[in-house]
Design a protein around this ligand. Structure first.
Ligand code: F6P
Length: 341
């Protein structure tokens, strides 16, 4: 059996741990051969490959990023993109493909499966917004990085009597903001799922300044104000049609300064949340996903994705995983609201 492996979409701490586990178990227990496709779907579209054996995966467990490279290449946007992939897989003698990615990458994998390609998916995103899995690897690392930043911002905010705004990733879902904000003791958390009222945010800020603490606001990059209450800038689109975000933190700071007269500054954590070594939780989860993904290949469980349910790794249909995003339910947000202000 010759198995192709690719990583697509934004990178994420733990990708290398998945690749390592897939290859180690696949070679030693099942005698499979592996081919690495470079840079997400660009690899199979252009037949751009790299060797992927035990030697290539030595020492990569703690390394962030992905040794295969990644991209947001979308085969649907390239003429004959899906046909090119099918043709190249056949030409390269690939019997099965393991696609490691988020909603976009796994959406492409779903389409390929419908066309008869033997594919297994592994969920990945720091945003933790994929349905059908309780957690994705990379999320815990991102939350820990954001929490550490919030801890540091508390002391400098207090010294200067300033409001500090921390903008974290999370395009459609506020999981990183919610968890990092809860863990870091934020005074307000703004998430994409629930449009915020800037007046209320300012009330929380004022209230916090009345105590000896300075306020910390955690805002997800995809958070939006209640319609008509604040102006927003629009951004460019990527190949999957997503707006390139970033900027809401600064807008919130500007409004706070204008409305309260208090100094407000913004820290945008950006790609720092996605870089570097994964936490122990993410290394273990990614490793288990890899081990179970190669078992799915052995069982011919095509069109499935490995997922975490409780503490078990299960298989779900790829279509189930990419059908709807997992967003923060209002009752989870309400838990955090107890600490606002
Ligand atoms: O989907 C993961 C993610 O990190 C989002 O949180 C963020 O909006 C996006 O990727 C940023 O992508 P890029 O690095 O391509 O700008």
């Amino acid at each position: 059996m010759r198995v192709g492996v690719l990583t697509g979409g934004g990178d994420c701490p733990g990708l290398n741990a998945v690749i390592r586990a897939v290859v180690r178990k696949g070679v030693t227990e099942y005698g499979y051969e592996f081919v690495g496709f470079k840079d997400g779907w660009r690899g199979p579209i252009e037949a751009d490959t790299m060797p992927l054996g035990i030697r290539e995966v030595r020492g990569i467990l703690p390394r962030g990023g992905t040794i295969l490279g990644t991209s947001r290449t979308n085969p649907a946007k390239i003429e004959g993109g899906y046909d090119l992939i099918a043709k190249n897989l056949e030409k390269l003698g690939i019997d099965a493909l393991i696609a490691i990615g988020g909603e976009d990458t796994l959406g492409v994998a779903t389409k390929l499966h419908e066309r008869g390609v033997q594919v297994v998916g592994v969920p990945k995103t720091i945003d933790n917004d994929l349905s059908a899995t309780d957690y994705t690897f990379g999320f815990d690392t991102a939350v820990n990085i954001a929490m550490e930043a919030i801890d540091r911002l508390h002391t400098t905010a207090e010294s200067h009597h300033r409001a500090l705004i921390v903008e974290v990733m999370g395009r459609h879902a506020g999981w990183i903001a919610l968890h990092a904000g809860l863990a870091g003791g934020a005074n307000v958390i703004l998430i994409p799922e629930i449009p915020f009222d800037i007046e209320k945010v300012c009330d929380y800020i004022e209230k916090r300044f009345q105590s000896r603490y300075a306020p910390i606001v955690v805002v997800a990059e995809g958070a939006v104000p209640v319609e008509g209450t604040m102006e927003l800038a629009s951004g460019e689109l990527d190949a999957f049609g997503h707006v390139r975000l970033g900027g809401i933190g600064q807008r919130v700071a500007d409004e706070i300064e204008k409305r309260t007269g208090k100094e407000a500054r913004t820290t945008v954590l950006g790609h720092i949340q996605r870089g570097g070594t994964p936490t122990a939780f993410d290394r273990v989860l990614a490793t288990r996903f890899g081990l179970h993904a190669i078992d799915a290949v052995r069982d011919g469980a095509w069109g499935t994705m490995v997922a975490l349910r409780g503490t078990d790794i299960i298989r779900v249909a790829l279509s189930e995983a990419t059908g709807a995003l997992k967003t923060v339910p209002p009752e989870r947000y309400a838990e955090a609201q107890v600490f606002f202000g």
